[in-house]
Design a protein. Structure first.
Length: 551
């Protein structure tokens, strides 16, 4: 008889798989929620976990938020140390923000404050030249990666000259000339564009009649993954139009639970590959992931086609970006992605970033011949069963019970039960906000209206629409009412929200608001009206609407 006992080390490894250590993003999300709730001492305690052991891996924005939390918790030493590091090492340059941020007011009397703000001011002055240098460096690096790939991954070269780098001041850069651009040395081209020309997000956007991959400057230093991700979207869009709308059912209690169990099985599977465990272990966890997927898709089969589309779009883009990037450990990246998406408040839009990357890497490890070009959609469940197993995954009670035991079912189930209670309270609040209280509405005239939103900050109101807690609307065609934005920094309660109809043709804004010239100013949003549009009272209930003035 071989190995009739289980060693302590084995038990520890199993426990580590079932109960993974919280990721940087999950800890930070907890920290940020405590900050928003005004619990600064608790937020500082949480951020200490990151500041003490993960500082080198924290982004500049996370570090800045940590400084704000420490300042609000009267820990000026830590706050100033972080800000000094940001200014001297990360070359933080948002001088206007740091000098007006009320979170940092307690630091103003410290002698270090003037040194830090002067440093930020100097960084701002040198920023344009530093950005130009970074743009050239990172675009050439990504181009080299894609030239070396030369179609090996997808059968087509992914590089495209229609790529623009967008800075926070609405300056765009490229290593190729683009409409209205100028250059000093023919190595980098740039132009200052009007506000609301682009949405501030990494995405494919139209500019002067062409579709460009838009990359934010703060995503340049991520080993080329975001550049490749967005260029893949440009290539993919030439082959197939794919659904990108949120899948409303994924906020349902049972759907979330099944997706979280699938996440856990995928995390275990990726970890087993990374640790070079036996293939049987890898396959076992992958089978579990597929089981949970089958349970979810069987319950919500009417959404399956759209789910496959969005996973083909964002899932394959994320897989491509990270696979071809210069990150050394792709499996750990995929685990981090699962961790980050799992901690999101909503799963309706962000889930394929985790699942697409995970299944792609797992299928590559198992040597499945799964990539068949960009003219089709990718059903990971069907690919695994037909191209690898050669049969359906067993779905009996015994198999499901074993999967639950291996993938932390008890904890996930209890957490989702608790979340269900909170979610139902939020939904009740939003229904009251938009159905019973007066609103300001507007109907869009075409489908070219752009929107950039926090995909982790949406709430589905069944049969009504989708609530966005942080969103920017951009009138791409110039034929609609204008542009609007919410104020994320004021999102300390559920009143910071905009409702959009499921067909994306109508917006609902909370009242009260005031009108100043061509601007409509609400408590947590601002609308800039185009010429020829105005606000009119709609009914006796007190609803208002934005309408076009008839000439």
């Amino acid at each position: 008889m071989k190995h009739t006992f289980v060693t302590l080390l084995t038990l520890l490894l199993i426990e580590a798989n079932l109960y993974p250590q919280p990721s940087i993003d999950s800890i930070f999300n907890i920290t940020k929620n405590l900050y928003k709730a005004g619990k600064y001492t608790d937020a500082a305690t949480q951020f200490d976990k990151l500041y003490s052991s993960h500082s080198i891996n924290l982004s500049g924005s996370k570090l800045y938020d940590g400084a704000c939390i420490y300042a609000l918790n009267s820990d000026s030493t830590k706050a100033l140390n972080i800000l000094e590091y940001l200014v001297t090492t990360k070359l933080y340059s948002n001088y206007n923000h740091i000098t007006t941020d009320s979170d940092l007011k307690s630091l103003h009397s410290n002698p270090k404050w003037e040194i830090i703000t002067n440093g930020a001011k100097l960084n701002l002055q040198t920023l344009p030249e530093r950005i130009k240098k970074k743009v050239v460096e990172e675009l050439q690096k990504a181009k080299k990666i894609l030239d070396e790939d030369n179609g090996k991954l997808w059968g087509e070269h992914i590089w495209n000259e229609q790529i623009l780098i967008l800075a926070n001041d609405n300056t765009v850069y490229s290593i190729y000339p683009f409409p209205d651009s100028k250059t000093n040395d023919s190595t980098v081209f740039y132009a200052k564009v009007p506000e609301n020309t682009f949405g501030f997000s990494n995405s494919a956007q139209e500019y002067k009649g062409k579709i460009y991959a838009i990359i934010m400057t703060n995503y340049l230093a991520d080993n080329s993954s975001t550049i490749i991700h967005e260029l893949f979207h440009i290539l993919q869009g030439k082959h197939k139009n794919l659904n990108g709308n949120p899948l409303v059912y994924l906020d349902n209690y049972d759907a979330r639970e099944w997706l979280r169990l699938e996440y856990q099985a995928l995390r275990n599977c990726l970890s087993a590959i990374d640790k070079k465990q036996h293939n049987d272990v890898v396959i076992g966890y992958c089978n579990d992931a597929i089981r949970y997927r089958k349970l979810r898709q069987a319950r919500y089969k009417e959404f399956r086609a759209k789910e496959i589309e969005i996973e083909t779009s964002e899932g394959l883009a994320n897989y491509t970006g990270y696979t071809l990037s210069s990150y050394p450990n792709k499996y750990q990246i995929a685990i981090d992605e699962v961790n980050m998406r799992e901690t999101a408040n909503t799963y309706t839009r962000a889930f394929p970033y985790a699942t697409g990357l995970a299944y792609g890497l797992i299928f590559d490890f198992l040597r499945i011949d799964w990539k068949k070009g960009l003219d089709t959609t990718y059903d990971f469940l069907n690919i695994y069963e037909s191209k690898y197993l050669g049969h359906k995954v067993a779905m009996g009670k015994r198999e499901i019970a074993a999967a639950n035991k291996e993938n932390n079912f008890a904890n996930i189930h209890n957490q989702e039960l608790e979340r269900k209670i909170t979610a139902e309270k939020n939904i009740a609040f939003y229904k009251k906000q938009f159905l019973k209280q007066p609103t300001l509405t507007v109907v869009l005239k075409d489908n070219l209206y752009g929107r950039t939103f926090d995909m982790n900050g949406t709430v589905v109101l069944d049969g009504i629409g989708i609530v966005y807690t942080s969103i920017v609307g951009i009138d791409g065609s110039g034929k609609n009412f204008g542009n609007f934005k919410t104020y994320p920094e004021k999102d300390t309660n559920r009143s910071s929200c905009i409702l959009a109809s499921f067909d994306s043709k109508k917006f609902y804004f909370p009242q009260p608001f005031k009108v100043s010239g061509n601007k409509i100013i609400g408590e947590t949003y601002e609308i800039e009206l185009n010429n020829g549009w105005t606000v009119m009272k709609k009914n006796d209930k007190g609803d208002f609407e934005i309408i076009e003035i008839k000439q």
